[in-house]
Design a protein around this ligand. Structure first.
Ligand SMILES: [Zn+2]
Length: 331
């Protein structure tokens, strides 16, 4: 079996060759996507690893977010392309999470395949389920009660709410980088055509993502002349990072706000008061989705990464009982 450990920072170490989403002394560092819990200790890896690898969009987004990954040992790897490091073959497979996210597939000298899923949703639909010998999974929603029955139609729920609120005035959507870009693409695909105002950082990240195939169109930066023009029309959608203060300055507009959160299991959306709504739009599979991946990837061993899981032990128990798989929790 491959030699796998997970350190207390959540880094996945495979065969003294690879370190995924955290730093170690292994020579190749992979970054699966830009979320902060997956880019831990990246500067250490840039300085000490032989190589740092990510998809082209992830690497360009990391640069935009201020990480020093522009040159030297940093390498862009497309989905489906292969790289070899100390006898281990490494391939990226798509993951439906935020744009640029990859699952990491390794094959060792004995032909044994290991998959680290990273974050994902819609297994078998947007996220390919990879057949493997060892499956490493972050059970973000590892509690059997973490089930969102409405996951399959949440995009339509969000679209309908946005449309309804736009008929009354401006709408602000708050979420994390990556999710905001995904949501814009979903709304455009569903026919929402209001101009989109973006805060400066979200604007730059969206421009970068468009170069890699994201489809949004008709968006402007809030601090541009076009942005001021759009604001005067009082009919727009604004996308803002959840920790940013930008949209707080919109008080004069009577804007409706939508907060995107995955930690909501009872209802697809609810009113929070003060023109604010919560939509249970998640970028993570719920408990059922996680279990679906485990069963259908057909692994001999499942490893649950406790650093990025909630209820890792509970999830491991469920894997043993329901999927009848050998399962360990690390670290
Ligand atoms: Zn993530």
């Amino acid at each position: 079996m491959p030699d796998i450990t997970i350190n207390d920072r959540g880094a996945v170490l495979i065969d003294k060759a690879l370190t995924i989403d955290g730093h170690s002394t292994n020579p190749l560092r992979v970054v699966t996507h830009i979320h902060s819990d997956h880019v831990r200790d990246l500067s250490k890896s840039v300085n000490h690893c032989r190589g740092v690898v990510a998809t082209p969009l992830t690497l360009d987004w990391l640069i935009e977010l201020g990480h020093k990954v522009g040159k030297g040992n940093c390498l862009k790897l497309d989905y489906g392309s292969k790289i070899k490091i100390d006898g281990l073959e490494v391939t990226f497979e798509r993951a439906y999470h935020i744009p640029g996210t990859s699952q990491v597939v390794t094959t060792d000298g004995d032909g044994l395949k290991t998959v680290y899923t990273s974050d994902f949703k819609k297994p078998g639909k947007g996220t390919p389920i990879v057949d493997c010998d060892v499956l490493i999974i972050d059970a973000v929603y590892g509690n059997p009660s973490h089930i969102r029955e409405f996951d399959d139609y949440i995009e339509d729920v969000l679209t309908d709410l946005v449309r309804q609120l736009l008929s009354k005035g401006p709408v602000v959507i708050q979420g994390y980088h990556g999710k905001l870009q995904e949501v814009m693409q979903v709304l455009r695909a569903n026919g929402v055509d209001a101009p989109i105002l973006l805060t400066p950082k979200v604007y730059r990240l969206t421009q970068v993502a468009e170069k890699h195939g994201l489809k949004v169109s008709n968006y402007v930066s809030v601090d541009s002349e076009d942005g001021a023009e759009v604001m005067r029309t009082k009919w727009f959608l604004m996308m803002d990072h959840v920790n940013s203060r930008y949209s707080r300055n919109l008080n004069g507009f009577k804007a409706s706000k939508i907060l995107l959160s995955g930690w909501e299991f009872k209802k697809p959306y609810r009113y929070l008061g003060y023109s604010k709504w919560l939509v249970a739009f998640s970028d993570h599979a719920d408990f059922k989705g996680l279990m679906d991946y485990v069963i259908n990837s057909n692994p001999k061993l499942v490893i649950v990464n406790s650093v990025r899981s909630s209820y890792a032990d509970l999830f491991a128990d469920a894997v043993r009982r329901t999927a009848k798989k050998e399962c360990v929790v690390m670290p």
